[in-house]
Design a protein. Structure first.
Length: 318
């Protein structure tokens, strides 16, 4: 039983993730009361992941100039180039959905991407720094990006600052709590190290379920076939990130590209759901791409693990 749980919260995490998505989309009942638990579930993901992130790793990375350079341009691609491409393409073929696709692609790297990079033998330190840098920039880039692409009145400076503060709190509180626990209970944290990543993935599954149940009133009257449009657009955005990662595979070592691929494919869509719930409640055209992005996110990471193999003569990372 333990090995089954470890598998479902590890390499086969996609099975419970997709099951939670289906239940959340179609289970009968009214669950709007679950909305306050969306940021709680997101915080749990961040908390468990941050238990595996010692501050010493961050300090060591700050002394590594090549790592900083690689992180900087990869973060720019993740936060600026890929969202711009996704929004531009969506704007051409389905303009009503463009803001929602932009929102989810503007998200920083998901903290679960470190665990996923570990699964595929990627550069864990680079994955960590991509999370840190993109998360630090997100309170600026997300509100500014949405102000540019979302129809309607442009929010004033106070509203933009409020949105930035909300995102910063969602990211900073779990990280701080995890570091406090690491400081006060180092033995407990070390003994449970093998399970913190699984706790993050379990929290991710719960967040998928809760976010779908809590927000589906916005699309409850829709026919299932109507979901195919936002799902297809989410898949197109993920395909762009996957193609970019495969292109980088030609010029960078596999562990580094795997770290980027996990960050680009597995963005923090939980943050996008929490943001949409807070600032665009009831707007299905903004919410659904954030929710349905879970489908290609999971598939993209699984495909990357299958496709991204070492070149001839190149050793796999150890």
């Amino acid at each position: 039983m333990t090995s089954l749980i470890a598998s479902l919260l590890g390499p086969r995490f996609w099975i419970p993730a997709y099951a939670a998505l289906l239940v959340g989309l179609y289970a009968p009942g009214e669950f709007a009361w679950l909305k306050p638990f969306v940021p709680v579930a997101l915080g749990a993901i961040l908390f468990f992941t941050c238990l595996k992130i010692p501050l010493g790793s961050v300090v060591d990375g700050l002394r590594d100039r090549p790592l900083q350079t690689r992180t900087a341009w990869m973060a720019a691609v993740k936060l600026l180039l890929l969202p711009a491409i996704a929004w531009s393409v969506t704007r051409l073929i389905a303009p009503d959905w463009a803001a929602g696709v932009a929102l989810v692609t503007l998200m920083p790297a998901g903290l679960s991407s470190v665990a996923l990079a570990d699964l595929h033998r990627g550069d864990r330190v680079l994955a960590l720094f991509l999370i840190i840098v993109t998360s630090l920039l997100a309170p600026l880039t997300v509100p500014a990006g949405m102000a540019l692409v979302h129809p309607g009145a442009t929010p004033d400076l106070a509203k933009l600052a409020g949105q930035a503060t909300y995102i910063l709190a969602l990211l900073a509180i779990p990280f701080t709590a995890a570091q406090v626990v690491r400081r006060l209970l180092p033995g407990v944290v070390e003994r449970g190290m093998a399970w913190w990543g699984r706790g993050s993935i379990l929290s991710l599954i719960v967040m998928i379920l809760v976010s779908c149940l809590a927000n589906r009133g916005a699309w409850a009257a829709w026919e299932p076939a109507r979901m195919l449009v936002p799902l297809g657009l989410a898949c197109l955005a993920s395909a762009t990130a996957l193609a970019c990662s495969l292109a980088l595979r030609r010029i960078l070592p596999l562990p580094a590209v795997t770290a980027f691929a996990c960050a680009a494919l597995y963005m923090n869509n939980g943050l996008s759901i929490a943001y949409a719930t807070q600032f665009h409640p009831g707007d299905a055209h903004v919410m659904l791409p954030c929710v349905l992005m879970q489908v290609p996110m999971v598939a993209g990471v699984v495909l990357w693990g299958r496709w991204a193999k070492p070149h001839d003569g190149e050793d796999a990372p150890t």
